[in-house]
Ligand binder design. Sequence first.
Ligand code: 1CP
Length: 339
Amino acid sequence: MRKLEQTLSGITNSPPPLWLMRQAGRYLPEYKATRAQAGSFMDLCLNPTLAAEVTLQPIRRYGFDAAIIFSDILIIPYALGHKVEFIEGEGPRLSKLPEQFQQWRLELNPKNYQPTCDAIGKTRALLPVETSLIGFCGAPWTVACYMIDGRGGAFRQSKLWAANQPQVLEKLIEILIQASAEYLLAQVQAGANVLQIFDSHAGLLQGEAFKNYVIEPTKQLIALVKAKAPAIKIIGFPRGATGVELEEYATTTGIDAVSLDTHVPLSQAQKIQKIKPVQGLLNPTSLVAGGKTLADETHAILRSLSDGPFIFNLGHGITPDTPPEHVAELVALVRNQTP
Ligand code: 1CP
């Protein structure tokens, strides 16, 4: 069994398996070259050959234990017929969903997500056998945020829907649960070995709302996927969740491992690790800094979490200003080699 899947089954590995969120991206010169060749970001996501190429680039450079397929969580709104664009230097722009969205027929068109599945097939065929391939989607709440507000930011409209329009939000979430389950299963069919659900905006919700829009939809999505693919391991990333909410996420959703963000204290990470394998924690800014900052934080994380199942990763994605040689430093630190 590959190292990542071993850890996800509860085995403690030393050194732990290592991969980084957004490991393919603008900090790598070879990514920038392929991106320029593809045209827009969406063109790159929808080109299976080039998407496979950028997925493989960080594996060739650093030999991570897992590759994550190059795509985006906004492929689901796109496959539901939404207009999705990425504006250079600004981020995504989507057609905003009105409260009367039932009149828009939101139907999942498999043709629109098929390029990601084709990229998975191509990547799996080219990856070293010992490297896991991770498929992913956004969690229903986080994807709903982009569909409701039409862009990244404070997600004011989405929070208002959660507070004032629970029935409308629930209908949208229900559509997203079904669509995401179909999409994740298609990725498994295409060759993904592990799945990750990104709930990047889970931290916008607390209490009852966290239960209704983060816990419940995640639980239903996992149940739908595991009903058809019982052996697949799923990592959940409820970014911004802390305290009892984070603990409830680990205990009740059926997730196999919890990815923890930079704000989770190591003492709480240790508590969560008693419930489920954990992943993450390194501050992406420490990777930009490198040197002693990076070494001290990496060692502190390793000291705290190496006695149980742990996947070394960042607390959030790599930033474009990260020097590629700092990533090599990190790999050496985690694998206990001299750089
Ligand atoms: O020009 C570029 O290259 C665009 C930057 C970029 C990249 C590299 C975007 C736009 N998406 C991606 C790829 C991506 N997105 C991956 C690829 C695989 C890898 O990790 O190597 C993944 C897993 C995602 C997931 C994703 N997209 C998330 C969840 C993770 C997270 O960062 O919290 C989110 C929230 C998105 C939306 C999105 N896509 C892109 C941007 C800039 C954003 C964030 C927008 C915002 O809220 O401001």
